[in-house]
Ligand binder design. Structure first.
Ligand code: SF4
Length: 309
């Protein structure tokens, strides 16, 4: 089983983060420009639920009241605009239209804008630091569909983006594997376990113990068990890594490659040495490129993303 993903990933994105001037005040910003050459490695589907609702630009801002996006879909919360007009029906239609578009586009992940009463997932208010009432109306649909969600703010940080990309690539690669034997499960586990430990040691250990248990039992394993373990690995991959763990594992995994494979990359620093995020991202990319060139596994980023179509 090759640790290679060679199809172009499909990303949905909040249109206002893709440069469309569709926010209520006519603003929008293209955060994908921060990705440099990575931008061309994906197929993009920008959507805006508020535009698809028919409210136009500019428009009075809207607000969720009486609950969050889940409550809205259960008929317990309302969307009103600044002028007090009820916009439930319009927003509902706009959100469904966008979801249908993303489903037709067959997206692998969605990049959301935090803070919007429509698109927000963890916050629905940008004006202050209050947690608001998340998720928003569209955010609730995305969560309900279990879509791999990336916060648009992280496109601006080279290291956060590196973390999202390596996890997404591993996520899709595993999702596309047909796990129907312990050997396949163990092969996948061996490739991605270092990332999983880096993300959450306790959760990763639980998965490891379950795999060991079914291996030692030497009994037939049900499809449900394989699905459960596959989903446990996928769920863990949704979790952003702590910066300290990224640095620590970068160093350990680099030393591993240096000793075993004679890989030498300039300016890789021990975790305690202070340097900025951009530098750490360059270190990660440097080791990644060197490992890929020689076709060897870099534990921090185990699946090679080389889209050729
Ligand atoms: S509804 Fe979503 S995509 Fe549209 S402007 Fe608001 S945050 Fe951006």
């Amino acid at each position: 089983m090759e640790n290679l993903l060679n199809r172009k990933l499909r990303l949905g994105i909040a249109a206002c983060q893709f440069g469309s001037k569709v926010r209520y005040n006519g603003k929008g910003i293209d955060l994908t420009q921060s990705l440099g050459r990575d931008r061309g490695q994906f197929i993009w589907t920008p959507v805006c639920p508020e535009i698809m609702s028919g409210m136009g630009v500019p428009r009075p801002s809207i607000k969720l009241s009486g609950g969050n996006g889940f409550d809205f879909w259960n008929g317990k919360a309302n969307i009103k605009n600044k002028e007090g007009e009820n916009r439930n029906e319009m927003v509902r239609k706009g959100a469904i239209a966008c979801l249908e578009t993303l489903e037709r586009a067959n997206i692998d992940a969605y990049i959301f804008m935090e803070g919007s009463p429509s698109c927000g997932v963890y916050r629905t208010s940008l004006k202050n630091q209050r947690l608001g009432n998340p998720p928003g109306v569209f955010g609730a649909l995305l969560l309900e569909r279990n879509i791999f969600l990336i916060s648009s703010i992280d496109l601006q940080s080279p290291i956060r983006w590196w973390d999202w990309k390596r996890r997404l690539v591993a996520f899709v690669w595993i999702k596309e594997q047909n796990i129907n034997s312990i050997d396949i499960l163990k092969e996948i586990w061996d490739k991605v376990k270092y990332v999983l430990y880096e993300l959450h040691e306790e959760e990763a250990t639980k998965i490891r113990d379950q795999i060991r248990l079914i291996t030692n039992e030497k009994k037939d394993v049900s499809d449900e068990t394989f699905t459960f373990l596959k989903n446990s690995i996928l769920d863990l991959l949704r979790k952003p890594a702590e910066l300290e763990n990224i640095k620590k594992c970068l160093w350990t995994n680099y030393i591993n490659l240096k000793e075993k494979e004679n890989i030498e990359v300039e300016e890789i620093f021990e975790p305690h040495i202070l340097r900025n995020m951009t530098h750490i991202a360059q270190e990660l990319l440097g080791v990644e490129i060197e490992a890929r060139k020689r076709n060897i596994l870099f534990r921090s980023s185990p699946i090679n993303y080389k889209p050729d179509r």
